[in-house]
Write a protein that binds this ligand. Structure first.
Ligand code: ADP
Ligand code: MG
Length: 220
């Protein structure tokens, strides 16, 4: 292999992005130096405020793509729910919340709250009363909280659908519809998925504004 093949590609460096300096510093401490292909393609339009559909296999780095996008947009001084990330399962929601917390380490006092089914409502209601900037949860439980007026989405400016294909397979379409109905129209919407069946295309048409499509075949 020639030397030029092993050199990092400068266009893939996170430092080429207009990210908050705290995020850039933290990325290098995490050992994230170069973007993965899906990050390199999706982050510029995400940071420009566009709606983005990202399609890439498991392990391609989709979490940091939307995680950096939402953290860069977040106004930490406003202690209101500004971002909602929807995931198909509790395990995935926990992983996503953990990755967002790790990415957010350089920014003081970012509050990430998970709201998933399969656990009692009571403690979640208590946590909601204390407030959060970012909610990561499963659609059914988010709807339960909305129905009980425990969750205020009026300050939301970013909605993320992670593993959208799996959420639809699991029958979450009605829950997604109910959530979107309560989300402000003026928002950025990101949709990530491993596959892109017709049902996703139709939901994207309904809930997104002129989305940029990013598709990455392999992992690296
Ligand atoms: P996906 O959601 O596409 O399945 P993940 O977001 O879970 O993928 O990322 C897969 C793995 O790659 C995780 O362990 C994550 O920490 C790591 N990772 C993501 N982006 C980078 C990067 N730019 N540099 C190094 N590791 C990364
Ligand atoms: Mg993922």
């Amino acid at each position: 292999m020639s030397n030029s093949d092993t050199k990092p590609n400068p266009s893939m460096a996170f430092s080429t992005l207009k990210l908050k300096p705290e995020l850039l510093e933290n990325l290098s401490s995490m050992g994230y130096n170069e973007m993965t292909p899906i990050q390199a393609q999706s982050l510029p339009p995400i940071l420009a405020g566009q709606d983005v559909i990202g399609q890439g296999k498991t392990g391609s780095g989709k979490t940091a793509a939307f995680g950096l996008g939402l953290l860069n947009k977040l106004d930490v001084k406003r202690f209101r729910i500004q971002t909602l990330v929807l995931c198909p399962t509790r395990e995935l929601a926990d992983q996503v919340a953990q990755e967002i917390r790790t990415l957010a380490r350089g920014i003081h006092n970012v509050k990430v709250l998970t709201l998933c089914g399969g656990v009692p409502m009571g403690p979640q209601v208590g946590s909601l009363e204390h407030g959060a900037h970012i909610i990561v949860g499963t659609p059914g439980r988010i709807v339960d909280h909305l129905d009980r007026n425990r969750l205020d989405l009026s300050n939301l400016n970013m909605l993320v659908l992670d593993e959208a294909d799996r959420m639809l397979e699991m029958g979450f379409q009605p829950a997604l519809d109910a959530i979107i109905e309560q989300a402000p129209r003026e928002r950025q919407t990101l949709l990530f998925s491993a596959t892109f069946p017709e049902q996703i295309e139709s939901i994207a048409k309904q809930i997104m504004y002129e989305p940029t499509m990013v598709k990455v075949e392999g992992n690296h």
